[in-house]
Design a protein around this ligand. Structure first.
Ligand SMILES: Cc1cc2nc3c(=O)[nH]c(=O)nc-3n(C[C@H](O)[C@H](O)[C@H](O)COP(=O)(O)O)c2cc1C
Length: 504
């Protein structure tokens, strides 16, 4: 598998004299961040991601999109990043637990430029778990979280707060935060009960900026002060802060970061869609961000057509961008096919003692729901009137990884890679067997990969020599119901003195 190399920037991210895209739930996904950077933002924060959800994610190198994805157990991509934003993307998390925060920070550490903790969100879903602005009344917890992060990761740690009810309390809190070793503190100049329509308190931000030496990032100026690029500097000067962070002004039109002046929203939306298609952004997220940019026009006939769109393709149709959609998806599909082909070629089976081995990993997302390589192998064995495949699984102690060997027609097959679950290890062993024998395995797009055709042609040659016995080798896919894996029974045994299992 081709490896996506994330260019790790040399040196730590500096937060002085920077124009920054603020963290925004649903808005701050990859297309918006890339667009803001294109227009001139120096640093971009991702949307707040909750530690509990992130802790369950797996880091996946997506070679087709050339991204790094953090994927939840339900296959949802929680966080997607790419080399274009490397060194400039800050990962914001919602947390109320130092150890969990550290686990998540370590998970993303090598793919982001800094890690931020949200201490300003006043929404109930955040505060009831002790996160967001609830932390502001628990300075010991703030210190515990930030110190653990600063000590535990090599990247800069920042936090984003709201102001407290008095300047004095706010300054005291920020001084305590500074002592934890954070690299910057973003201050949203509103109290936790204040809404966006309330004026921003520049005097609070100014008092904070004057009392600490760590860079202070001024935030909260979107509707009152910052309407165009020049206003960013006005906001910085009026607060005496090192840097400025924009949320709503950038959500309405990210080209506010453009020194030469903002572009029309229509042009910006087209550029947003170009990134959304290129990085396969969730269509509902794409639509949400476009609706924020449309603002009043969201109720217009055009807005209603956008609202009705369900896929990125349909969104492109609304914007007259079908050609771009077709071209981009064709390019992605062709990259996928060539990666698949080279992956298949690199998998040459070898013999180790009496076991056929190959470095094969089972990727769930490559197969349709309900379809697995094990089912294909079981089906083939039945058609060949062979004994059911027998799986022997081993678990090693150092990382609790699993490795399976499958026995089919007295031959053994095993992947050299260790998997995180017994189920995946068995699927990988089944794949080694299927690929060695040149059999279909049920993968999405297999019919079109050329690989199956090649196998079918090879099989045909064999079967022709075998008196046209078409049923003898190559089972045709989908000609009858596949066996369910649940039909397979399990028994446990000890393998090599370690916890191991044999499944039939
Ligand atoms: C749509 C939206 C989503 C937001 N999500 C987050 C978030 O995930 N994390 C956070 O710290 N603040 C979040 N905020 C608050 C902003 O980051 C910012 O503090 C606030 O909007 C004030 O800045 P502004 O005047 O530039 O809009 C969000 C704001 C908006 C409008």
């Amino acid at each position: 598998m081709m490896k996506v190399m994330m260019a790790n920037t040399v040196g730590r991210l500096c937060f002085r004299q920077k124009n920054i895209l603020a963290p925004m739930v649903r808005v701050g996904t990859l297309p918006m961040r890339l667009l803001a950077l294109d227009y001139g933002a120096d640093i971009v924060y991702c949307e707040e991601l909750i530690d509990i959800k992130m802790a369950q994610c797996e880091r996946v190198e997506n070679d087709v999109l050339q991204t790094i994805d953090f994927v939840a157990p339900d296959e949802r991509v929680m966080f997607r990043t790419c080399s274009k934003e490397s060194g400039r993307v800050v990962f914001q998390m919602g947390t109320a637990d130092p150890e969990r925060a550290l686990a998540v920070a370590k998970l993303v550490e090598n793919d982001v430029a800094a890690v931020d903790v949200n201490m300003g969100c006043p929404k109930e879903y955040s505060t009831k778990g002790g996160m967001g602005s609830a932390l502001l009344s628990d300075p010991e917890k703030i210190e515990a979280i930030l110190t653990t992060l600063v000590k535990g990761i090599s990247k800069p740690v920042t936090c984003k707060i709201r102001i407290l009810s008095t300047i004095e309390d706010t300054v005291n809190l920020v001084k305590r935060i500074e002592k934890t070793g954070v690299a910057a503190i973003a201050v949203h100049g509103r109290m936790k009960d204040e809404r966006p329509r309330h004026p921003v308190h520049c005097d609070y931000i100014q008092a904070v900026a004057q009392s600490v030496s760590v860079p202070v990032i001024a935030n909260g100026g979107s509707s009152d002060i910052v309407k165009e690029f020049e206003d960013i500097e006005t906001f910085r000067e009026s607060t005496g802060a090192s840097s400025v962070m924009l949320a709503r002004a950038a959500m309405w039109n990210p080209s506010v970061f453009r020194q030469q002046g903002a572009l029309s929203v229509d042009q910006v939306m087209q550029e947003y869609i170009t990134y959304a298609v290129r990085y396969d952004n969730n269509p509902f997220n794409t639509k949400y961000c476009l609706c924020q940019m449309l603002r009043d026009r969201v109720e217009s006939p055009f807005g209603k057509r956008l609202h009705a769109a369900q896929t990125n393709q349909e969104i492109c149709e609304v914007f007259g961008m079908t050609e771009l959609f077709n071209k981009t998806t064709a390019e992605l599909e062709s990259r996928r096919a060539s990666l698949q082909a080279s992956e298949d070629l690199s998998e040459t089976p070898e013999l180790e003692d009496d076991v056929v081995i190959m470095p094969v990993r089972f990727e769930r997302r490559d197969y349709p729901p309900q379809i697995t390589p094990k089912m294909f192998l079981l089906e083939w064995s039945r058609k060949e009137k062979l004994e059911q495949p027998v799986y022997e699984t081993e678990q090693r102690s150092q990382d609790r990884g699993f490795q399976s060997t499958v026995i089919v027609a007295d031959k053994k097959y095993r992947s050299t890679l260790w998997e995180k679950s017994k189920k995946f290890a068995e699927q990988a062993a089944a794949l080694v067997c299927l690929r060695t024998l040149g059999l279909p395995e049920g993968r999405i797009g297999e019919e079109h990969s050329g690989l199956v055709n090649k196998r079918k042609r090879d099989d045909r040659k064999t079967t022709a020599a075998d008196n046209d016995d078409d049923e003898s080798h190559a089972p045709k896919r989908h000609t009858h119901t596949l066996p369910q894996e649940e039909e397979v029974t399990c028994r446990t045994k000890v393998v090599n003195g370690v916890c191991g299992q044999t499944a039939r």
